[in-house]
Every structure is written in structure tokens, then in C-alpha cells.
Design a protein. Sequence first.
Length: 560
Amino acid sequence: MSRSYRTGLEIKKHLTRLLIRLSNNSDQRLFQVFSDLTQALTNQHSCIDLSRYNDVEAIRSLLLNLDIVGTGQTATPLVLDDGRLFLSRFYQYEQRVATRLSQLNRSIEVDERAVAETIDRLFPEPSRQKLAAFQALSRKLTIIAGGPGTGKTTTVNHILAALQTLVPDNSNRIAIAAPTGKAAMRLQDSLGDDVEWPDVTTLHRLLGYHPADGSYRHGPEFPLAIDVLVIDEVSMVDLAMMDRVLAALPPAARLILLGDPVQLPSVDTGNLLADICSNGFHYSPDFATKVRQLTGIEVITDGIPHRLQDALCELTKNYRFSPHQGIGRLAAALREDQQVELVDDDQVRVGDIDALDESTLMAFFDDYLAAVRRGEPGDVLTDLFASKRVLSPVRDGELGVIRLNARIEQALTDKNLILPGQPFYHGRPVMISRNDYNLRLFNGDVGICTAVNGTDARVLFRQGNSYREFLASRLPAHETCFAMTVHKSQGSEFDHVMLVLPQPHSPAQTQLLTREMLYTGITRARKQLTVNLDAEALALCLSQHNQRNSGLGERFRITD
């Protein structure tokens, strides 16, 4: 049993007991409900749905008779809302996020003809990218959704360039952020060189996070000094962080969100982007008419009315992959919840998990290891290593990332590329596992260990077009990362991915094997994908969704 799993059980036990004590009621049904709620919170749900119980009306009545349960109108530890039971904190997060995003969803007073002429130059042909640009330039809130290769970054590049054109005095104060340092660095690399954009930062750094006490510099009392905020990889943003961002956003600023709602959700509470997109990508008749007149684009108006209508845009054309072969075929089938067939083709190689041995792992990294043998410098190794990665959904077990990394290092020792017991060696890839705000090294950052003049080991981290070097002894908590979890790989892409799908050995591992995990792992590959799988693990992935209980999606629906 892993340490995190044991910790989760302890939290569940203590919180359940606390709620029972506060309720001052010994009804056994309450123990079950509170136990289920704490288990749900441990699994990153924001609530539980009471429809799971056979005697739902009796339980609802029982809960409403408790002093600790309210309906959200007064301060109580628990909130019962529309058949869902929340801890008050998560209910408030959902309410505030839904309210603030809905309030942001309105048009901006602009010269729409000038906007249309500007985007005509950037997007000569009608497309979803052109539609997204029109929305972002004429509205305060725009959410651009799409998978890898659909042009989200290209679109936001053009949007930012258009803003510079439409505001010639360059008075737009633009901030660009991502949830992790790794995702921020990738976005920084992919932004165009034509205009000098601000450095992409993490959301924590943007908000002025103080690690000593967990506070943030920016909030309602001291908002961000910006006019435009762009956030990439929003699928990785949890409910609490989005609440903080929206609280720190100035009233006049516009917000542009980018992400893939089919990817794995945040490691913390909620499934924010999927909930935001859950009511569909359709438009109001008035906005559809305006879009047709100004851009020549026809959009869908049929659908359930919701408060984010006209703010959402889904990019569906993939400019990187064909939907009929290779990686694109698998990704499209998983996105659309269709049958998935893993077979060899021009981009995909499928192998049995039993065939995955040390020689196979070493062969996967042969180009990189050859460069290590030649003594190539750290900058060469850093760029070369960035092209390949082994991914597994789990950390523990024979085919979890801990053991996979150990097996690779043992093979390197056997080939005399590492001295026995040597903690740092030339070519060792390391991933930071704890933020260090003083060194500006963050969870998920990957660097390459190298020796300088044969003396102290140092680790080189790529940052944009340059590199930062640190003594290995100064690094915060870190680990070898020839292999990494699928979750940790979010925000990254590699030319060639080896995805390992082992048979699960615990309930926690079973929960990790979902279609969203498989989709996320597959779409980390830009050119080639190798999958070594256990048939049972694949069947589990295809039969399970990473669903999280939430009321956020329904808070955007218009019911009256």
C-alpha cells in the first residue's frame, strides 16, 4: 500500500468521524453518507450525488434536519444543493467560478469591422481558428478547446498579434500563464518570434504565491495589473486555482482559456474544463448572424441554452494527424468514445507487455545513450532527451515508473555507463518533484545531469532558448525520469512515446486506467507511438471514464 493511499485513508477516517461528531446524530445512514463524501473528496470529486442511494428522499430529509447542513444561503460545514452534498468550501468554489465566468461572458465595445478585417489578414479562409479569434477579439471571455495538433497555440498567437494591431499604442498589458513550469516553458517555445511576448509564467507565480504561509499576493483586494490573461492547459487547472485566478482578474480584463477537455483532469479537485464544455459548442442566433455577416462562417445554433454560449469554440480540424491512421486515428476514436483498435501502422507499434525487457528499454533510448557515451555536452543531451519518453499510468509495481527507471539505471550500470551506487552521472535525466521558488525550479521541470571539467555534477535545465545550470547538490527533491507517469507528462509532447500499460495491482491503480489516461498518453506523441500493453489493462482503459462528481456544468445551464 502506497504512502499516499494510506494518507488518503487516514484523512477519510478522521473527516468522517468529525462530521459524525458535529452532526450529533448516530443514524447509521449518516455514517455511510459521510464516509462516501470523504472518499469522494479523496478521489478529487467536489461532491456526491444522493441519487446513488435507494432511500434518497429519506436521506435528503435526514441531512436537512442537521444543523451542519445548509442550502448555501448561510454558513454551514456541508451544503445540500440540487441533490448533491458538498463540503461548503467546494460548493463556494463552484458557485464563484460559475458566477464569474458567466459575468465575463459578454461582448466588448469594439470596431467589429476592424476586427473582421484584421482576422481576415491572419486567417484568409473561414475556419474554427478564425471563429475563435473573432470571439477573443470581440468578447471578454473565450474558451478555445481542442486536441493536440488542432492549432490552439497558432490561434492564440494570431489573437495576440491582432491585439497589437488593433491597439497600436501597445497599451494592452498581456499576461500568459500555464498550470505548471513545464507547460509554461512549452508554450513559451511555441509562441511566435515576430512579436516580443511577455514571458509565460505559472499560475502560482502570476498570482504571487508565498510558499511560507500559502498565501497569494494578488486577489480581490490587489488584482493583477493586466488587460488580457491567456491560460493554456486549462484541463490541468483545479477548481480552487481557477477561483483564485478569477478573483484576481481586474473587472476590465479579458480572459482567454485554452485546453483539451478530453485529457486527464487536474490532480486536485474538479474536472474544470470538461465541466465548462459540458453543455456544448453552439451559439446564440444573434451572435451566429453577426459571425456570418462579418467572417462568412456558419455556426451551430441548436442546443441547450447556457451561460457560456458564444464564449466556447471547439477546434476540430487536426493539422498534425490524419483522423484515419496512426496516432490521429486512435486519438479521434478515444475523443468520440468509439471503439478503439490498437494495431501496427505507420506511426504506431503495439507489443505485448511481457516482451518489455531491459534491452527493449535501452534500444528505445539508443540515440540518447550513444550521445552520452560520446560525452556530448549538456545542452546537446537536453535537446536530444526531450524527443523521447517512456510513460506509465502508475508509479508503483514492476512496470510503474519507479521500477522502470531503476531497471534502466541497472542496465546502464551493467554496461559500465554508471558506476555502482553513483547518484549523479553524465546523462542522468532528473525531474523536479517539489517546487523551489528561490531557484525557480518547479514540480515537473526536467533537466540533464552533466559533469563540468570532471568535477562537481551539475544539472542543466532548458528555459526558452537558453539554459540554466545548477549544482546537483542544490536541487530540491527530484527523481530519475527516463520514465514518467502519464499525469506528469501533461503539458509536454515528445517525438516518440513508449506507453506502458501494465495490469493493475490495487484498486487505486485500477481507477487510473481510463480512456482519458489512454488518450492523454497517446497524444503526448508527435510522430511515433510504441505501446506495450497487457490485454486486461487495455480493456479496463476502454471501459472506464475519469468522471468526477460536480455541479459546475449544471450551474451554467439556463433553466428558467
